[in-house]
Design a protein around this ligand. Structure first.
Ligand code: ZN
Ligand code: FE
Ligand code: FE
Ligand code: ZN
Length: 263
């Protein structure tokens, strides 16, 4: 049973390919179930990498249409939600607007004006110690895990995207976040997207996954596809890694419930 629950649509403005092409790619890759999870709309336009507020119904229709086109293939409805302090009510509002199969929690913004994975802000990395930036990121990520808003949490160490890593043992950044993920009963994403970035490593790191396994945190393997060619990207490598660490199951999502299935 192989799934990919993190796939985008052209509505976010930086993904290419129609949803039906993602479905065909998923079927070709042998996936048995998939889900779309585009970046959530904010109350106002907010930035240039998500659907506009008035495109939300278009998103729901896009997914409903592709579900109708492939009635015998399970296509779940998800949303990748940006966690930002002060927008919890907005997420709760979105949660009530559609029959979601899952909501993904993501931290891209480590301050209201710095989306840490945006190359537009690379200069900021030279203005502050990497340690401080990582601390900020994981503090927000912990808050997200504690918010009770989400079903699984995405790309846990996205902050390494451009290859910036603090010195020494990184578990000092991971422990609190992992405890919050475990205590809140969340599933953790293992994302192959990091392999396509300067980090050249799966999100999260092997050590992070080992610490998650020690806490019995369930996982899901995703590609974060922004094009049909990225669907199921390097899933063999991710599956081998998590199996080596000890995982034998991944979670499937439907109606905001997580069900364990064999890897
Ligand atoms: Zn994106
Ligand atoms: Fe993301
Ligand atoms: Fe994504
Ligand atoms: Zn993402």
């Amino acid at each position: 049973m192989a799934t990919d629950y993190h796939m985008h649509t052209p509505l976010c403005g930086h993904a290419t390919g129609e949803p039906r092409e993602y479905v065909l790619a998923a079927q070709a890759a042998g996936l048995t179930e998939i889900g779309f999870s585009d970046h959530n709309p904010m109350p106002t336009q907010f930035d240039d990498w998500r659907m506009a507020p008035d495109q939300f119904t278009e998103y729901l229709k896009l997914i409903a249409d592709v579900q109708a086109e492939f009635p015998n293939y399970p296509i779940r409805l998800g949303l990748e939600c940006d966690y930002l302090v002060g927008y919890e009510e907005h997420i709760r509002h979105l949660a009530a607007q559609a029959p979601w199969d899952y909501l993904i929690g993501s931290v891209h913004y480590i301050t209201p004006s710095w989306d840490v994975d945006n190359p537009k802000h690379l200069k900021k990395w030279t203005e502050q110690p990497v340690d401080e930036i990582w601390t900020l990121y994981f503090k927000e990520y912990t808050r997200m895990a504690e918010s009770g808003l989400f079903d699984f949490v995405a790309h846990p160490d996205l902050v390494k995207k451009f290859g910036h890593r603090p010195e020494g043992d990184l578990s000092r950044f991971y422990t609190e976040t992992l405890n919050a993920i475990a205590e809140n009963g969340l599933t953790m994403e293992v994302s192959t997207a990091g392999l396509r970035k300067d980090a050249k490593e799966i999100y999260p790191s092997r050590q992070f996954i080992e610490m998650a396994y020690a806490r019995r945190i369930p996982i899901v393997i995703n590609s974060d596809a922004h094009s049909p060619a990225e669907v199921a990207y390097e899933f063999k490598q991710a599956t081998a890694l998590v199996k080596e660490i000890g995982y034998t199951k991944v979670m499937q999502f439907k109606d905001r419930k997580a069900i364990p299935v064999d890897l």
